[in-house]
Design a protein around this ligand. Structure first.
Ligand SMILES: Cc1cc2nc3c(=O)[nH]c(=O)nc-3n(C[C@H](O)[C@H](O)[C@H](O)COP(=O)(O)OP(=O)(O)OC[C@H]3O[C@@H](n4cnc5c(N)ncnc54)[C@H](O)[C@@H]3O)c2cc1C
Length: 314
């Protein structure tokens, strides 16, 4: 682990466990997210993160959710994308998050909005690495008492835009060289892809924590949506066979999907993963069941795992 990240509150206890939420658009959605947060908070996550949309309205919602979580004392990592932003806008957002008490940011390029007019010529930043560099320089100018912890995206199975997987690793390395502290991966269902990615990172002299992004399949429609959103993610035959075995029974599909993700997590923990990040879709059920399948009934069980890990390592 790099010095800066090992000092970060996000990684003071490893493996880290974290949950990702998206900003809800309705009152019901907000109430449901709050219920989810209360249930998952029982396990004292290392942090929660809040995604950032492509449009102005949803971007405001991210800010609101981040402030709300922070005010509840939950360490919150806002996602920040550079698509469609000027330097002044980014500075304004950074001031806002610092004032809300956020001490970490997930720095991304984002994707151009699907609907509406988008003029890339107006963007101040082309790639996530440019935004990482800008935030580090901004921090110096602000003389912040504590360096922000910056996360960046990693794609164990490759980013869909990349035609050259070797160059892609150079571009990933550039984000770390500009000052990022950790990598969180796109969701994946094949642990070998993650282990290979981790090995490739180490070969590139990347030694920051690499957090594994996990999203359980809970329905066939959610699986189809995941395939769309996480373009490029491989759905292994083993997972598809399990789904077929369920024969369309919704409860069985959910149970098999949760079991599959639980096995993934168990194997990752055995292989000394730095952290697991759950893509929750603002629901607690699947994540809580994975916790129970892993033998975690409460926060103390999670901490026991960390203690045992440290004993094995020393
Ligand atoms: C953990 C995680 C969280 C995410 N959260 C959000 C979110 O909240 N909101 C959202 O809109 N999206 C989110 N995304 C999606 C992400 O924004 C998209 O996948 C986007 O296409 C890539 O973002 P990036 O930060 O990896 O971009 P970059 O690191 O800029 O890379 C984008 C592409 O450009 C290539 N590249 C990088 N540098 C160069 C260069 N110098 N020259 C040529 N090519 C280059 C890369 O290889 C890659 O193909 C998330 C993804 C992950 C994995």
């Amino acid at each position: 682990m790099s010095e800066s990240s090992s000092q970060s509150v996000l990684f003071d206890r490893t493996p880290s466990f974290s949950f990702e939420f998206f900003p809800p658009k309705t009152q019901e959605g907000a109430a449901s997210l709050l219920d989810t947060v209360v249930k998952l908070q029982e396990f004292h996550p290392s942090f929660v993160s809040v995604t950032y949309g492509a449009g102005g309205g949803s971007r405001e919602l991210t800010r609101a959710v981040v402030c709300d979580m922070q005010s509840r004392g939950i360490p919150t990592v806002p996602h920040l994308t550079c698509v469609g932003h000027t330097e002044a806008e980014i500075e304004d957002i950074l001031h806002h998050y610092i004032a809300a008490g956020a001490r970490a940011i997930m720095v991304l390029r984002g994707d151009p909005p699907r609907n509406g007019v988008y003029n890339p010529g107006q963007d101040a930043f082309r790639h996530a690495a440019d935004l990482v560099r800008f935030i580090r320089a901004w921090e110096d100018r602000q003389r912040l008492p504590q360096r922000l912890t910056l996360g960046v995206a990693g794609f164990a199975e490759g980013h869909p835009d990349s035609r050259n997987r070797l160059r892609e690793m150079d571009f990933l390395k550039a984000k770390l060289d500009e000052g990022a502290d950790y990598i969180c991966t796109q969701l994946f269902f094949d642990n070998h892809a993650f282990f290979d990615f981790r090995d490739r990172c180490r070969l590139m002299d990347i030694h920051v924590p690499i957090i594994a992004g996990i999203m359980p399949v809970t329905s066939i429609s959610s699986m189809n949506r995941m395939a769309e959103l996480s373009a490029g993610t491989n759905f292994p035959a083993r997972l598809l066979k399990a789904m077929l075995r369920a024969g369309g029974d919704k409860q069985t599909i959910e149970r098999l999907g949760i079991n599959y993700a639980s096995n993934q997590c168990g194997e990752l923990l055995d292989a000394d993963v730095d952290g697991i990040h759950f893509y929750t879709l603002n629901r607690s059920k699947a994540t809580l069941e994975i916790y129970h399948n892993l033998g975690f009934n409460n926060y103390y069980d999670v901490d026991r795992l960390r203690m045992l890990n440290n004993i094995y390592k020393s």
